[in-house]
Write a protein that binds this ligand. Structure first.
Ligand code: PLP
Ligand code: TYF
Length: 393
């Protein structure tokens, strides 16, 4: 049977990791995959994670199964982190998942299960895995305008016009903060307008929040998610702990369902059922560390302080790059870099310019000209700025 297999298209982001590894140049710069790196290029284990792991190693007496939806203490801690008290707790069901990707996948499966005809509206562009998972599940996706190639900000009028074509039974997928791949985000006032359109159309929002704490701070980055969840009758939230806890390989995420008028036992049971169909019990190690950190004052304070350092270092790099480009271009046309938030910025280079920067300058960014800002340091900022100008961006 396997002779019928055909080659799958590789993930363009992960492909870049391999290409970078094979490049012998000493001054090459990796702005590819969305992983935080410090000034030395290392992706550190956060202090609070190390401390929690140490405590866990000493205290844990069993590795027996937990529960199909994971530990309820993890759900409680994450619901507080993401939603605060925006929604009454009895309306929220939640289940731990393998990473934010697992939460996205389970959310799509839940949508398909409840409404096989649902169309999922996705931003143009969006994280490539959104589209590939929807396609794999044979679900219909509809693009809504999002990125304005001229301003490198949000095409808000286009976005609103497109979202108005959604209807009840459809789903609108929104990035809660730090849009991947563009770095362009809505203002709080624009979020209010999106909420008004959601209420008008009756479409169900699904929020993917993978970078809470990387943009404007933990609470500021969750504000849009909270505002949406508080305003609409029902929504889905897929949250990832990979980035803000630096536990990428532990596969830690959560799917939350806000429902209205649904028996809580039914909504919670459905999430557990979906986990069981796909992998039974979700991974526990990362979720346990996150729970320990969020529930311990000292660990939580240390985690928040380190996360804030990470956020500020990326903001600093944005500002350095915007300034270096302003000097070289003699204009403010790259000012958007300092306005963007999160790990990524789409610089707006053509695919040919992206190849030129890679081949001639050893700079690796994704083909759509998405750069991982955390891949920069004080030494590589001027190298990148020179390459951007020399490549005619
Ligand atoms: N959603 C978006 C938009 C992402 O960028 C990512 C990647 O980090 C994820 C979800 C999920 O990541 P993970 O599965 O590693 O938690
Ligand atoms: O967009 C990124 O770079 C991160 C990491 O298949 C990632 O979200 C990239 C590709 C992928 C899974 C995660």
């Amino acid at each position: 049977m396997f002779e019928h297999l055909t080659a799958q298209k590789p993930d363009s982001i992960l492909q870049l990791v391999q290409m970078f590894r094979e490049d012998p140049r000493a001054d090459k710069v990796d702005l590819g995959v969305g992983v935080y790196k410090d000034a030395t290029g290392n992706t550190p284990v956060m202090r609070a994670i190390k401390a929690a792991e140490h405590q866990l190693w000493e205290a844990e007496t069993t590795k027996s199964y937990v529960g199909l939806a994971g530990d309820p203490a993890f759900s409680d801690a994450m619901i507080s982190l993401v939603l605060g008290d925006a929604v009454a707790r009895d309306k929220i069901s939640a289940a731990a998942t393998p990473g934010g990707t697992g939460a996205v996948r389970q959310a799509f499966e839940l949508i398909k299960m409840t409404n096989p005809d649902a169309r999922v509206f996705v931003s143009d562009p969006t994280w490539p895995n959104h589209l590939s998972i929807l396609k794999f599940l044979e679900m219909e996706s509809v693009s809504y305008r999002y990125f304005d190639d001229t301003t490198r900000g949000v095409d808000f009028d286009g976005m609103i016009a497109d979202l108005k074509t959604a209807k009840a039974g459809d789903v609108v997928l929104l990035h809660g903060c730090c849009h991947n791949p563009t770095g362009a985000n809505l203002t709080p006032q624009q979020w209010d307008e999106v909420i008004a359109v959601l209420l008008e159309t009756g479409a169900t929002p699904m929020i993917d929040i993978a970078y809470q704490g990387f943009g404007d701070g933990l609470d500021a980055d969750a504000a849009a998610t909270r505002a949406v969840a508080a305003a609409v009758p029902e929504c889905l939230i897929a949250a990832s702990c990979s980035k803000n806890f630096g536990i990428y390989r532990e596969r830690t995420g959560i799917l939350m369902m806000v429902a209205n008028g649904t028996d809580k036992a039914v909504s919670q049971g459905t999430l557990a059922f979906l986990n069981r169909q796909n992998y039974s019990f979700p991974p526990d190690h990362g979720a346990r560390l996150v729970t320990m950190i969020l529930n311990d004052d000292a660990l939580r304070a240390d985690w928040m302080a380190e996360l804030e350092d990470v956020r500020l270092s990326m903001l600093g790099l944005r500002e350095q790059l915007a300034q270096a480009l302003q000097q070289r271009a003699g204009s403010d046309r790259f000012g958007f870099l300092a306005q963007h938030r999160g790990m990524f910025s789409r610089i707006g280079a053509t695919p040919e310019q992206v190849v030129k920067m890679r081949e001639e300058h050893g700079i690796y960014m994704v083909g759509d000209s998405r750069m991982n800002i955390a891949g920069l340091n004080a030494k590589s900022v001027p190298i990148l700025a020179d390459a951007i100008i020399a490549s005619g961006v």
